[in-house]
Design a binder for this molecule. Structure first.
Ligand code: ZN
Ligand code: ZN
Length: 105
């Protein structure tokens, strides 16, 4: 049994922080380790403890995560190279999204 906690998603079972625990293991672009506000995690998703991957959390809340859903804590640092592409895209609005926002307002 591995001593490495891979934080398996409560819904799909996928490791949200996959790690081989071996030397040379690379985490770049593979981890979905993040913290969202309680009203999203508990209120909308109905979670208490545990982990969810981005797609299962978004399925539970029935919408796409927005940068405002994330807590202002170091694990949510948008530039963290360990984040998966989809997590990074939720944490940092893309130039296209910003453009759409500017057009809409
Ligand atoms: Zn999942
Ligand atoms: Zn690793």
């Amino acid at each position: 049994m591995s001593a490495v906690n891979q934080s398996h998603c409560a819904d799909c079972g996928q490791a949200t922080t996959p790690c081989t625990g071996k030397r040379g293991c690379r985490h770049k672009g593979k981890h979905e380790y993040y913290a969202v506000h309680d009203q999203v995690w508990i209120g909308e998703a109905g979670m208490d403890s545990g982990f969810l991957c981005i797609s299962c959390l978004e399925r539970r809340i029935g919408r796409r995560l927005d940068v405002a859903d994330f807590k202002d804590v170091p694990v949510n640092e948008p530039a963290d190279p360990w984040h998966t592409e989809r997590l990074a895209s939720r944490l940092a609005p893309t130039p296209v999204a910003l453009l759409e926002e500017a057009v809409a307002s």
